[in-house]
Design a protein around this ligand. Sequence first.
Ligand code: UFG
Length: 347
Amino acid sequence: MNILLTGGAGYIGSHTAVELINEGHEVIVVDNYSNSSPEIISRIGKVAGRLAAYDADAGDEEKMRQVFLKHKIDAVVHFAGYKAVAESVQQPLKYYENNLSSLIATLKTMKAFGVDTIIFSSSATVYGTSQTAPFDEGMGTGCTNPYGWTKLMCEQVLRDVAKAETGFTAVILRYFNPVGAHESGLLGEDPKGIPNNLMPYIQQVASGKLGKLSIFGNDYDTKDGTGIRDYIHVVDLAKGHVKALQYAQEHRGMEVFNLGTGKGYSVLEVVRAFERANGVEIPYQITARRKGDVAESYADVSKAQVVLGWKAGKTLEDMCRDAWNWQKQNPEGYKNSGRMQRQAKGL
Ligand code: UFG
């Protein structure tokens, strides 16, 4: 199939592109590189083989139309969107405008070209603070920040479109905490500035870029007092998209799936696992809780297992090893890689 990946140069998009190419699909990436880089396209090419890429914003209907004119698209995986929780609190309009308009422009273009299958990147953040883990897809939703609300609103848009259009398929994937990197060390997470998330922060402490990790609270009602999350290897997550596309070929309407491992690890367990897996020391201090954090978040993964036939296979040790391998090989992320060539085509 010809599969369009909006935001396909991002962290999850790039790993998914590799898995789709490995499965024999044609991959077409649309990315404005606002939080990524054209270098990633050549890295995907190195790991998996040929793909097409366009430097364009998924919210730009005219550019999307041109991409659909050039390629006969069979399905879309919509990754494009801003994702920094704290920034979304400071700049809510930026998030609502960008995240909603890119989905709407994508859906309008799909409709104009008769494309009826979309896989959407949602987040476990939609379970909010009032549910108790493990979270299952039937539970109520609610958010604590604008980023989360954009995910929930996009889910609603897709639910309504699936109701209105016969033959339309939307598969919503609620990601838990994606970490790790491609085992080649060529693809990984490359946050701008100081990382907000735990694993990239640990990686940069390990490399000496950052002095010590701040652990946000050790007074939660958890096994060791630190927050518990369901960390999932980004390659397992990427494979979940391949399964979701297979499912979408045979089903109509909208369906939601959690993508996690179903296992929760505390912040301290992740620190210890990283130290053990890589033979490095991660100095840390305990600081106050971070606003908006829940004590425990982990998935009930039975629906994805039964319906999609998908299960995460990699361990926390694999995640820590691959994350460190990527960090060591790319101390500045995709910058200064020596091959910053603009392979992506403009429109
Ligand atoms: N943490 C620290 N120190 C840090 C960073 C994080 O102690 O420097 C802790 C957090 O308090 C939390 C855990 O590590 O207990 C994981 O935090 P992350 O920031 O890595 O991940 P979150 O679970 O807060 O958020 C992530 C994504 C969101 C997404 C959410 C879904 O960043 O985009 O998962 O549950 F919405």
